[in-house]
Design a protein around this ligand. Structure first.
Ligand SMILES: NC(=O)c1ccc[n+]([C@@H]2O[C@H](COP(=O)([O-])OP(=O)(O)OC[C@H]3O[C@@H](n4cnc5c(N)ncnc54)[C@H](OP(=O)(O)O)[C@@H]3O)[C@@H](O)[C@H]2O)c1
Length: 327
C-alpha cells in the first residue's frame, strides 16, 4: 500500500509518498480502507522527531481517519466489511489502510460526509474528555485559546451546546471573526492584554474552566483568572513546560490543575471515550448544535503542503488528507 513516510526528522519536505507493507490486523482490530486522514498539530511534532509514537503504535503519522472496514480480526463481531467508520488512532493514519482497535472505531457522525468525518474524532475526543473531566456545567464560563484552530473551533461549539458562556482567544482579525461565527460569546486577541480583558468581561468573577494550550507561559495568568472552584485543563505546552506555581493563589480559588494526553491513554480508556462520543457528541452534529468542521483538504501525496499550511498559522478549522475520495 502507499503511505506517507518520514525520511528523517525535519521540515515538511521530509514527508514522502512511499510503498510500505500492509498493516497486520490483530484479533481485536479492524483493517480500515482510508477515505481521509485528519492532520493535527501533534503530527508536525512527530515529523520533527519530537513526539515519537507510543510503544507498539505504527511509525506512520496520523491520529484519525475516516473510511470503510476492509477486514475484521477474529474477535471482532460488531463491524462488517464495507461498514463506513471513523477511528481514533495512536498512529498510522496517513496511509491507504490502517489497523485500529475495534473499540476506537465509531460510526461517522450523522449527516456528515465521509471525507469531512476524517477530521473530527481526535478533536472531539480531546475536547469531550477534558470538559467531562472538568465537569463543565450549564451556566459556567469557559475559556479556550486558539478558538479558530482544530481544537478551539470544536471546543467553542461543544461548550456552547453544554450551556456555557464561551470566551475564545485568537491571533488575527479573520480568526476572531471566525470564532464569533462559531458562537463564542466573547472573542479576544491573545496579542492584547487578554487577562485584563477577560477580567473586565467577567466583571472580575473569572473563568470556571480553561482549556489551556500554552502551559508555562500562561500559568500565572490562568491561576489568577480562575473563578472560585475553577478548573485549569492543560492539554499542550506550546508556551513551555516549567513555571513557578503560586500555590497560595490556587488555594484562594479552591482551584484544580489537570494535565491530560489522549494519545498515550490505554485502549480501554480510549474505547470508553469513543462510546461516549457516539452517545453524547454525535447527536449534536445531527441536530446542528455543532457544525461539521471547516475543512481544507490536500491529496495524500501532498502531505508536505498540508503540514506547511498548518505550520504557517494561516489555516482556519481542520486540515485533512484525502486518500480515497471514491469511498
Ligand atoms: N493533550 C491532548 O490529548 C491533545 C490532543 C489533541 C491536541 N492537542 C494539542 O492541542 C493543540 C491544539 O491543537 P489543534 O489541532 O487545534 O492545533 P491548531 O489548529 O494548530 O491550533 C493551535 C492554536 O494555538 C493558538 N495559539 C498560538 N499561539 C498562541 C498564543 N500565544 N496564545 C494563545 N493561543 C495561541 C493558535 O491560534 P491562532 O491560530 O489564532 O494564532 C491556534 O489556534 C495542539 O498543540 C495539539 O498538539 C493535545
Amino acid at each position: 500500500m502507499r503511505a506517507i513516510t518520514v525520511s528523517q526528522p525535519g521540515g515538511p519536505e521530509v514527508l514522502r509518498l512511499d510503498e510500505v507493507e500492509m498493516p497486520v490486523v490483530a484479533a481485536d482490530e479492524v483493517l480500515i480502507k482510508v477515505a481521509a486522514a485528519g492532520v493535527n498539530r501533534a503530527d508536525l511534532h512527530q515529523r520533527q522527531g519530537r513526539y515519537p509514537p507510543p510503544p507498539g503504535a505504527s511509525e506512520i503519522i496520523g491520529l484519525e481517519v475516516s473510511g470503510q472496514i476492509a477486514a475484521t480480526g477474529e474477535e471482532v463481531d460488531d463491524w462488517s466489511v464495507g461498514d463506513r467508520c471513523v477511528a481514533l488512532l495512536a498512529g498510522g493514519g496517513y496511509a491507504e489502510y490502517v489497523a485500529a482497535p475495534a473499540g476506537q472505531v465509531l460510526e461517522p457522525p450523522p449527516g456528515m460526509d465521509l471525507l469531512t468525518a476524517g477530521g473530527v474524532v481526535e478533536v472531539a475526543a480531546t475536547v469531550y474528555s477534558n470538559l467531562e473531566r472538568a465537569q463543565l456545567n450549564d451556566g459556567e464560563v469557559f475559556l479556550v485559546h486558539g478558538g479558530a484552530g482544530g481544537i478551539g473551533s470544536f471546543a467553542i461549539q461543544y461548550a456552547k451546546a453544554r450551556g456555557a458562556t464561551v470566551i475564545a482567544t485568537a491571533g488575527s482579525q479573520d480568526k476572531i471573526d471566525f470564532c464569533r461565527s462559531l458562537g463564542a460569546d466573547h472573542v479576544i486577541s491573545y496579542r492584547e492584554d487578554w487577562p485584563g480583558l477577560i477580567t473586565e468581561r467577567t466583571s472580575g468573577r473569572g473563568v470556571d474552566v480553561i482549556l489551556d494550550n500554552m502551559g508555562a507561559k500562561y500559568l500565572d495568568d490562568h491561576v489568577r483568572l480562575l473563578a472560585k472552584d475553577g478548573r485549569l485543563m492543560v492539554i499542550v505546552l506550546q508556551g513551555g513546560s516549567k513555571a513557578t506555581l503560586d500555590i497560595a493563589a490556587l488555594h484562594s480559588k479552591r482551584g484544580a490543575i489537570t494535565a491530560t494526553s489522549l494519545r498515550s491513554r490505554p485502549v480501554l480508556q480510549k474505547a470508553a471515550i469513543c462510546r461516549s462520543l457516539v452517545g453524547h457528541v454525535w447527536p449534536l452534529f445531527g441536530t446542528g448544535s455543532v457544525q461539521p468542521p471547516s475543512i481544507t483538504s490536500y491529496p495524500l501525496a501532498e502531505a508536505a503542503a498540508a503540514h506547511a499550511r498548518l505550520e504557517s498559522g494561516d489555516n482556519l478549522g481542520k486540515i485533512i488528507l484525502v486518500v480515497d475520495p471514491a469511498l
